[in-house]
Design a protein around this ligand. Structure first.
Ligand code: SAM
Length: 170
């Protein structure tokens, strides 16, 4: 990382921890629209094992589990993952879902070709430099088996908030 990036990463993680603690289940219990799309894409790819990056408190990871996939959900917020595990237990889904505390700035602790599908909603637009984004994508490529599916969302110039933010990393 270059100067300032470790502090930015630590600040981001702190912010997430505080936000999830102050607003448990903040994204609600319904799956996102991209997750509904992903269920169809993952079925078309004959997927069974799904990796979610930046899963937060798990609204989409739980939906994937309910749809019959085996899910490995990761995030760098322990608080978000605690909420995810609690919800999985309450819904009787904890047998089909595993979680891992992981910062996507580090390599994924998974073997090559070990998952059939990867999902990342509102993660690649977090505070990641272009270099870090390239590294994340290379890691996704490495762990995804040939013919697998990767569904992700990114910000674009049509977004309501386009141009309203302050650039922090490049
Ligand atoms: C906008 S939230 C979206 C959460 C979830 N995907 C959803 O849609 O409900 C972004 C998530 O990415 C996680 N995140 C941000 N930067 C991360 C990083 N470097 N490594 C792992 N997770 C990260 C945050 O903790 C947060 O849970």
């Amino acid at each position: 990382m270059t100067n300032g990036e470790p502090e930015l990463a630590a600040e981001q993680r702190r912010h997430r921890q505080e936000t999830y603690a102050a607003h448990p289940g903040m994204y609600g219990v319904e799956p996102s629209a991209p997750a509904r799309h992903a269920v169809a894409a993952f079925r078309a790819a004959d997927a069974r094992r799904v990796l979610e990056l930046g899963a937060g408190h798990g609204r989409d990871a739980l939906a994937f589990t309910r749809a019959g996939f085996s899910v490995h959900a990761t995030d760098f917020s322990a608080t978000g993952l605690d909420q995810l595990r609690r919800a999985a237990q309450e819904q009787g889904l904890d047998g089909q879902i595993t979680t891992a505390l992981h910062d996507v700035r580090a390599p994924l602790p998974l073997p090559d070709d070990s998952v059939d599908a990867v999902f990342a909603h509102m993660l690649l637009c977090m505070a990641l430099s272009t270099r870090q984004l390239r590294d994340v994508l290379a890691e996704v490529r490495r762990v995804l088996r040939p013919g697998g599916a990767f569904v992700y969302t990114v910000r674009h110039t049509g977004d309501a908030h386009y141009g309203a933010g302050v650039a922090a990393v490049r």
